[in-house]
Design a protein around this ligand. Structure first.
Ligand code: ADP
Length: 249
């Protein structure tokens, strides 16, 4: 059985897509077979891996709404199911679809045996696409930006996870929190990191923060995981530690 990890936070710009790509790559370097699934209509992950969303005929949309086989693209040793703007229509179409909660879970089922890890890059919302991701997932990993608003949305996020755990997906587990875009030179970020650790570590592991670094943006421009763009970058060992911790769970 694959471990299916939803990278989930209803806030945008907290590095969900960046982490999906880079943790996926770290897991693949640990000899794990990894599938990345872009569930965000903005399709950042798809773009990060060098595909042009508007040129794709088949995306996740066709698999969750029209039962098409998952369109899988292999890039840098990772497999990707891409998205594009069609997925924003799925939010509406899913409202009236039968068995809508299971649409993503059912779409992933045929490939589950092929992968050790399936990482779901959730959209920045608490809508149906995030909901069906939590229903399909075995674990949730939460990136959380270290700034003064960091904890503001967490209560709602945790409530959503608890609601899914109560009914459709009892075995869903919180795999941890990853503080992101951390700048240790600012007191706002250090205070925020301290608050994240104090409040969230009783619930699940809080991993070491991923520092803000221009190299991430540059790597994305080059359509590469950081480890291929700048193999000696110090943050790679932090990403590898998180991947290793996921492997041990
Ligand atoms: P989300 O998926 O949560 O919306 P993204 O992964 O798209 O967030 O990241 C938002 C922006 O922040 C992107 O431009 C990305 O390149 C940049 N970014 C992500 N992580 C870092 C980092 N550690 N340092 C600097 N920029 C980063």
């Amino acid at each position: 059985m694959s471990k299916i990890i939803a990278i989930f936070n209803q806030a945008g710009g907290v590095a969900k897509s960046t982490l999906t790509l880079n943790l996926g790559y770290s897991l693949s370097q640990l000899q794990q077979k990894v599938l990345l699934v872009d569930i965000d209509p903005q399709a950042s992950l798809t773009t990060f891996l060098g595909l042009e969303p508007s040129e794709l005929d088949q995306t996740l949309y066709h698999s969750i709404l029209h039962d098409a086989p998952l369109p899988i693209h292999s890039i840098h040793g990772l497999d990707l199911v891409p998205a594009n703007i069609d997925l924003s229509g799925a939010e509406l179409e899913l409202v009236t679809a039968d068995l809508r909660d299971l649409r993503l879970k059912d779409a992933l089922e045929p490939v589950e045996g092929k992968y050790d890890y399936i990482l779901l890059d959730c959209p920045p919302s608490l809508g149906i696409l995030s909901y069906i991701s939590l229903v399909a997932a075995t674990h949730v990993l939460v990136p959380i930006q270290t700034h003064y608003k960091a904890l503001r949305g967490t209560e709602l996020l945790l409530k959503t996870v608890s609601r899914v755990k109560k009914k459709p997906n009892k075995s869903l587990a919180l795999a941890g929190f990853i503080p992101t875009l951390y700048d240790s030179r600012t007191s706002q970020d250090t205070l925020s990191l301290q608050a994240i650790k104090e409040q969230l570590s009783p619930l699940a592991p809080v991993f070491d923060p991923i520092p803000r670094s221009i190299a991430f943006a540059d790597a994305v421009q080059a359509h590469l995981p950081l480890a291929l763009y700048q193999p000696k970058h110090p943050t790679i060992s932090l990403l590898n530690n998180i991947a290793q911790a996921l492997l041990l769970r």
